[in-house]
Design a protein around this ligand. Structure first.
Ligand code: PBG
Length: 326
């Protein structure tokens, strides 16, 4: 027998300690539910590649945000699916465009019970499917795009969005949008910088969800998957430009970047558990290959453990209902 007391970490893994000794505990308030709303839809339509997720009509969107508020989750992130698209994404800045209409409907429904958040990006509204406008050689033009983002920000803020999700990965987007909002009297509208957004294969199902027109990829603006240091650089830039919250996306493949960001950030750090992360677990569970509920809980706990203060997850409502049971 050793002379020093035997070290027994297993002691605290006994049933009586299991809950008490948990370092991470999920709470509905730190969950944000992404929601899709389709222009001119009479009823919700299922998204085949994301079993259980719908493209909402305005009516079903309103019902869902009531449920979300009652479930006590922290917020919703809205994505619009317009009927018409063009080169500059006109629908994004039209006050009667689907996303701006949806903002007013949702805020009217839930007020401040949820943080109403909106995707601030052109890709759902452009006929070429890129996150920005193109120059005469077909390349995504950074600074022309910034001007469109500023107009989009004003439209969303005027409609009542609490938090604008800058997901387009244009250089200087946070600073440009902040200045435009402040100049127009929207100093209270907050900015979520999708600071480190990687060019990921895991956005695949989302492209169906928003009926994306994209051919090719987003490698000229989204980060190279292998670049950890650059992820942190983007996070620091967004903070310096005035982001109120920064985000890492996708989540599970980028927990190192998330931990790096959480270690230095003086603003909240969030993570987006993206469509492919969702569909992968749903598909495996549907085949009986993994325990669905445990896999979902483990995935979100892991994202929190790596340093996310809040998580965007398509399971936000289901997770909240499980947390209620506990
Ligand atoms: C861009 C945007 C995307 C996602 C959120 N905002 C798609 C992309 O960058 O191609 C993906 C979210 C998901 O996969 O769940 N507006």
């Amino acid at each position: 027998m050793p002379e020093v007391p035997h070290v027994r970490p297993r002691r605290l893994r006994q049933p009586a300690f299991r809950r008490l000794n948990a370092e991470i505990r999920l709470h509905p308030a730190e969950l944000v539910l992404p929601l899709f709303v389709q222009e001119d839809a009479e009823s919700p339509t299922p998204i085949i590649s994301m079993p259980g997720v719908m493209r909402h009509s305005l009516d079903s969107l309103k019902e869902t945000v009531q449920v979300a508020a009652a479930a006590g989750i922290g917020g919703v992130m809205l994505f619009g699916v317009p009927t018409a698209k063009d080169a500059v994404g006109s629908g994004a800045t039209d006050p009667d465009g689907i996303l701006n209409v949806a903002i007013r409907a949702v805020v009217g429904e839930v007020g401040d019970a949820l943080a109403v958040q909106t995707d601030l990006c052109l890709d759902e509204f452009t006929d070429h499917g890129h996150c920005g406008v193109l120059d005469d050689r077909g390349r995504v033009d950074n600074d022309t795009t910034l001007a469109r983002y500023c107009e989009m920000a004003i439209a969303q803020a005027a409609s009542g969005s609490h938090l604008l999700g800058l997901s387009g990965m244009m250089d200087g987007q946070v600073a440009a949008v902040r200045a435009a909002l402040d100049a127009d009297g929207f100093a209270d509208t907050a900015l979520l910088g999708y600071a480190a957004k990687y060019a990921s294969a895991f956005y695949g199902p989302f492209r169906e969800a928003v009926d994306s027109s994209l051919t090719g990829d987003r490698r000229s603006y989204q980060l190279e998957v292998g670049n950890r240091r650059e992820g942190l650089r983007e996070v620091l830039l967004d903070i310096a430009e005035g982001a109120d919250i920064v985000m890492v996306k996708p989540a599970m493949g980028f927990l190192d970047v998330l931990a790096d960001a959480a270690a230095v950030s003086d603003v909240p750090v969030w993570a987006y558990q993206v469509s492919g992360e969702y569909s992968m677990i749903e598909a495996a569970a549907a085949n009986g290959w993994i325990d669905r509920r445990r896999a979902i809980e483990e995935s979100v706990v892991s994202i929190r453990r790596a340093g996310a203060d809040a998580v965007l997850s398509y399971w936000a409502l289901e997770l909240a209902s499980w947390l209620q049971e506990n």
